[in-house]
Design a protein around this ligand. Structure first.
Ligand code: SF4
Length: 471
């Protein structure tokens, strides 16, 4: 499973901080690096023109002092990307800039549109030329089209009316930095205050990194314009929301506060819930690092089973390549993870992981722990079985590849080689997150999606979209 993207927007009082936008964006993007590692980009303005620079690679690989110095401006946006819609190539890097007769806009997007192909076809028929296969460019062109005939707020409203799917956007237009969150609120977006300015970001950990203060989340369906104040326009309302439950389970950093919940606390709750739902005798409870760590601590606290790290992650692994032969594949796993033999040898081990997607990684990890002498391995998983793909911004797997789409819990247990396997219940997960079921997206767990997706079920949530009301 791969993270999607992270977005940042920064606005400063131009008299006090003329050139500071790029450096703040640069540090904030580093704090969001876990959300995308394929490409990095920044667009800024010093008033009038937009200057953009983007390229492949991690933030610190692509941006250096010279590049940042060329990006002088008091306002700007930034993006780290892992490709969801659109392949991994330079043309798909964000922010996208589009020129129009009123100027230039730059736009960066976290999420995935489910209707972008139809929208793109319509725009192409009307003469628009695209330089990428990304859904984000479609949003940028739609917005430019609307800006030709509407003021800014109406242009954003009309653009949103056409979009279906998930989107948290940061936009640089007319020397303003704008944040937009889709009406169901799939992807996170929050606002913070920094010295002489304001910041928009996917996760609050980025606000902490630049020594700012979290103000609040951007509400689903809301557009905010950053200036010397936060100008809010509630453009659409839905009866319910659809916060992605996987942000809490896996994607977000545990030190982020997201839609009012500290992610660390949610993962701790998940561990406690696993201990309560499936009490298990064992010598140690160990996380699969990193995302299993907080839940394993919660599990240990609730069960009394000793917490000990059975696996250590190498944080400096570069890209690995598919290697022929089992032994070499084994090396690739060992490069990323190694066991602490003394902690697992001769022990009954509870292994806490956030999810099982294809099952191949779980099988290799369990094999590694067993070869280090573990007597029994009980796999405990912080999300229910993933039975359906994600169409809303997470690169997961196809239905054919998802192990739980075709196998029972016993079947998965056998295939991954665990002595026992337990997934947290859906109700247990929802109560751990602390957000009502009706306000969470659980499409990949239930096969029922909050928006219409060809060939998939969505009837129960369809009514939400009919409840949009313009201000
Ligand atoms: S389908 Fe799953 S991963 Fe995708 S947005 Fe919904 S909850 Fe998140």
């Amino acid at each position: 499973m791969k993270d999607k993207c992270g977005v940042v927007g920064v606005w400063f009082d131009r008299e006090k901080n003329r050139d500071a936008a790029a450096i703040y964006i640069y540090y904030a993007m580093q704090a969001l690096q876990h959300r995308g590692q394929e490409s990095s980009g920044i667009a800024v303005t010093a008033g009038g023109n937009v200057i953009a620079d983007k390229g492949m690679g991690l933030v610190t690989d692509y941006f250096n002092r010279e590049r940042l110095q060329r990006l002088a401006g008091f306002a700007g946006i930034g993006h780290v990307r892992y490709s969801t819609t659109g392949s991994s190539r330079i043309e798909n890097c964000q922010p996208f800039t589009v020129q129009y007769k009123g100027g230039t806009i730059a736009l960066a997007h976290n999420g995935n549109l489910v209707n972008y192909r139809e929208l793109k076809k319509e725009l192409e028929a009307a003469g628009r030329i695209f330089t990428s296969d990304s859904d984000t460019e479609v949003i940028a062109h739609l917005l430019v089209k609307e800006l030709m005939r509407n003021d800014l707020v109406e242009a954003v409203r009309e653009t949103m009316r056409k979009l279906s799917g998930s989107y948290s956007l940061v936009i640089l237009v007319d020397d303003k930095v704008i944040g937009v969150r889709d009406p169901l609120g799939f992807k996170p977006l929050c606002i913070g205050r920094v010295d002489n300015g304001l910041i928009l970001t996917s996760e609050s950990c980025a606000i902490d990194t630049v020594n700012g203060e979290l103000v609040r989340d951007v509400a689903p369906g809301e557009m905010v314009i950053l200036s010397d104040r936060i100008e809010s326009h509630k453009l659409f309302r839905c009866k319910n929301h659809s916060y992605c439950m996987f942000e809490f389970v896996y994607f977000a950093r545990p030190d982020s506060i997201m839609d009012g919940r500290l992610v660390y606390k949610v993962r701790h709750n998940i561990g406690e819930m696993l201990a309560r739902e499936c009490p298990t005798e064992a010598d140690i409870v160990s996380p699969v690092p990193d995302s299993g760590i907080t839940s394993a601590i919660g599990y240990s606290g609730a069960s009394g089973v000793r917490y000990a790290e059975g696996l250590i992650k190498n944080r400096y692994v570069g890209r690995t390549f598919i290697m022929p032969g089992q032994d070499l594949r084994e090396t690739a796993v060992r490069l990323k993870l190694n066991t602490v033999r003394e902690n697992v040898n001769g022990k009954d081990v509870i292994l806490i992981d956030d999810s099982i997607v294809r099952g191949t990684t779980s099988r290799r990890i369990i094999d590694l722990v067993r070869r280090s002498g573990a007597r029994k391995i009980h796999a405990r998983i912080g999300s229910p079985p993933i039975i359906s793909p994600c169409y809303l911004g997470i690169d997961m797997a196809t239905r054919e590849e998802l192990i739980a789409a075709h196998k029972s819990v016993k079947g998965v247990e056998f295939l991954i080689g665990a002595d026992s396997l337990y997934y947290i219940s859906l109700d247990g997960l929802i109560s751990s997150i602390g957000i009502p079921k009706e306000d969470l997206c659980t499409g990949c767990l239930t096969g029922v999606y909050p928006v219409e997706i060809p060939g998939e079920q969505c009837e129960a949530r369809q009514t939400r979209l009919q409840n949009f009301t313009g201000d």
